[in-house]
Design a protein around this ligand. Sequence first.
Ligand code: C5P
Length: 314
Amino acid sequence: MTLVVTAILHESAHAKINLHLHVTGRRPDGYHLLDSLAVFAGAADHLAVHPAEGIPGSVMLEITGPFGAGLVAESDSNLILRAARLLRATADADVPARLPPLRIVLDKRLPVASGIGGGSADAAAALRLLLRAWPEVRVSRARLMELAAELGADVPVCVDQVAARMGGVGEVLEAAPDLPACGMMLVNCGEAVPTPAVFRSRAPVFHPAAALPAGWADVGAMVRDLSALTNDLEDAACAICPTIRTVLQVLAAAPGCRLARMSGSGATCFALFDSAQAARDARVAVERPGWWVWAGGLRGEECGAQTGGTVGRA
Ligand code: C5P
């Protein structure tokens, strides 16, 4: 008998911000080894799963929202549908035929290909949603993290959406330093920057992993340490998309900005503030036609309030 999902389930897929990103080496397969402190902003895509008619175990995807227009739901490379395929393939052979068909609606509010892990966060949110909607698919925590890493280097950190130190190619996760409450602004100039091109054109130098303390008592202490670190992809991304330099200058000049830096492989840049309110107050000084600007706090509004249970069945 096929189980029927009656409730609509929701998940938020939060933007992942790399407070620093050091490229520490390169694997023989071309992937780069990283050291990065990743945090999650309040900004998020939203996913909802609805009951649907159709073949058992099938998933239809519908994309809406301000950044949904250019995305092709049926594309084979769509990470949400790939997540569904991986979960079905990992279940016992007789399970997929009993799974209720589903429709996932992705409300795309984060700019795409923009260095804040939107696609990765969506994939991780899809894994969380599908595990709730298909309780017959039993996946251990360790297997879930393997599936996430198969979907992309940034997907594992998005499974729990809590601040973490990323190592390996992104899949080795360690606890982040204790973070103070702080504000954040995100700015994207509207130009998509392809991640592989940025990695390809970076200067071939490696940078040691950062030495970070166990925690920071306030934003000032955190910014002092972060200022000594870098995003090693910033120059390469700026060469591909020079507007990133303008965004960084505008952010650095915003009232109350404590640090301005690019996230991931760009083009989105972030600024840190003493509080979410300070970030919101500075927003008007930064807005330009065609730019996406978001201001607020980290996920959970305060860094210190970033919590989250672990996903997966033991
Ligand atoms: O894993 P994901 O599909 O997100 O990576 C996209 C591309 O970014 C890879 O094909 C690779 O060119 C580059 N990349 C890398 N090193 C990483 C992560 C990504 O070189 N750690």
